[in-house]
Design a protein around this ligand. Structure first.
Ligand code: IMP
Length: 420
């Protein structure tokens, strides 16, 4: 039995979607454990581009169970549209399971989010505007609406009365109880065949000896506890989140795989020590198509940060990593890896918790020769130019974690093993 958690090691957008797509072949089920439609996982199959926001990208493999765990916040409108779009493209969606305990993103969450971001002014977080933060706030404040409530009129109405009163009093947000009740009951009706006790389902699958993949959304540095707080998302993206987000014990996890991009990107606001601006950043953005899969925003780009990888390896207990998008660096005549930060003259090797330290930290780089050769057609590690191999070796040394697979292009087949 192998139960693998796949996590992002940076600020999301590391290419987890295609890694999940690849690993899905080996497992019986793929499970999302946190986040919501703020995520955007892109997979390219036979030249066709698929972007997933809520449904695990494993859905492209027939017969694999795709499970949305209780730790996810679900916008039913987005989920139904995603199901419909997949069906229109000929994908059968009969192995989708939705946790009855997952919380629902409501329209008032999006309004509150907009209000809060406006209040923050210059200090705004730069969220994806999908209502994620307020939906998790309601969950923790114990007034949230759960998926199972969409199946029972009285339960939904009762909770909506409490919530709408609250939002009206505090934020002046006004929705009709009758309209929301009937709209969300109709979503429940459309989703009812997918709704189940997913923790029990996963337990039963494990007892049958099925292998399971747990799919993290966003990345380690967007984790609400261990990320660059407050510039984070509102859930636990790290590997530990898989246990609470699906309802399994930590002892069931057999492996944790990190996904890291060969350079670094970030969307939204917040510190980013290895960020670069200018020609090289623009080249990375264009070659790497670094535009948000959910919002289309241009991503901020920078050099690979080894401090962050070491941190992600520790916080997630990474066994190994998958490095993506190496080919994006192909044209550069020099490449840099951050090995530590300098803060007020002091060298910092471990990722600091304090916002003001990231802001004032200056990266210390190891500069290496670029390979200036096209790696995108390469099919084995041995064929890589020596300078590219040196780069990978340095990433492993500085990050203190071995690389297991490497991607050199967006297609399913553009992945090579480090020992090939
Ligand atoms: P929220 O998750 O929409 O609340 O946004 C909080 C922060 O997380 C913002 O900086 C977003 O840009 C970032 N974020 C949320 N989801 C993703 C993702 O899937 N990839 C990259 N950044 C994300």
């Amino acid at each position: 039995m192998s139960n693998i958690v796949v996590v992002g090691t940076q600020w999301g957008d590391e290419g987890k979607g295609r890694v999940i797509d690849l690993l899905t072949r080996r497992v019986g089920a793929v499970v999302r454990y946190q986040g919501g439609s703020n995520a955007g996982h892109t997979v390219v199959v036979n030249g066709q581009r698929f972007v997933f926001h809520l449904i695990p990208s494993g859905i492209l493999h027939r017969g694999k169970k795709c499970i949305i765990g209780s730790g996810v916040v679900v916008d039913p409108e987005v989920l139904l549209k995603e199901i419909e779009d997949l069906q229109k493209r000929g994908i059968i969606v009969n192995e989708l399971y939705l946790s009855e305990s997952a919380h629902v993103v409501m329209p008032y969450h999006k309004q509150v989010e907009e209000w809060e971001e406006n209040q923050r002014g210059k200090l705004r977080i730069g969220t994806t505007k999908r209502g994620i933060g307020p939906a998790y706030t309601d969950k923790i404040a114990r007034r949230g609406i759960r998926i199972s409530d969409l199946l029972i009129k009285e339960a939904l109405r009762k909770k909506l009365i409490i919530n709408l009163n609250f939002y009206k009093k505090l934020y002046g947000i006004d929705f009709s109880i009758d309209e929301l009740t009937s709209k969300y009951l109709s979503y429940g009706e459309k989703l009812k065949d997918y709704i189940t006790d997913t923790s029990l389902l996963i337990y039963q699958l494990m007892r049958k000896g099925e292998d399971i993949l747990f799919e993290g959304a966003q990345g380690t540095l967007l984790d609400v506890d261990y990320g660059t707080y407050p510039y984070v998302t509102s859930s636990n993206c790290i590997a530990g989140g898989a246990c609470t987000g699906v309802g399994i014990g930590p002892g069931k996890i057999t492996e944790v795989l990190g996904v890291a991009k060969a350079y670094t990107t970030r969307v939204g606001k917040g510190p980013f020590p290895t960020e670069i601006k200018g020609e090289i950043a623009d080249a990375l953005r264009e070659r790497g198509k670094e535009y948000g899969a959910t919002t289309g925003r241009p991503r901020r780009c920078g050099w690979f940060d080894g401090v962050i990888l070491r941190y992600a390896a520790r916080i997630n207990g990474l066994n190994k990593i998958i490095l993506t998008k190496l080919d994006v660096l192909d044209k550069l005549n020099k490449v840099k890896i951050c090995t530590a930060y300098r803060y007020k003259g002091k060298i910092i090797r471990n990722f600091p918790a304090q916002e003001s330290i990231w802001k004032e930290s200056e990266p210390i780089y190891k500069e290496l020769k670029g390979w200036e050769k096209d790696t995108s057609k390469i099919t084995s590690f041995k064929e890589l130019p020596q300078a590219a191999r040196d780069y990978l070796k340095r990433v492993e040394e500085i990050g203190e974690v071995p690389i297991y697979l490497l991607s050199v292009g967006p297609q399913r087949e553009d992945i090579l093993a480090m020992n090939s």
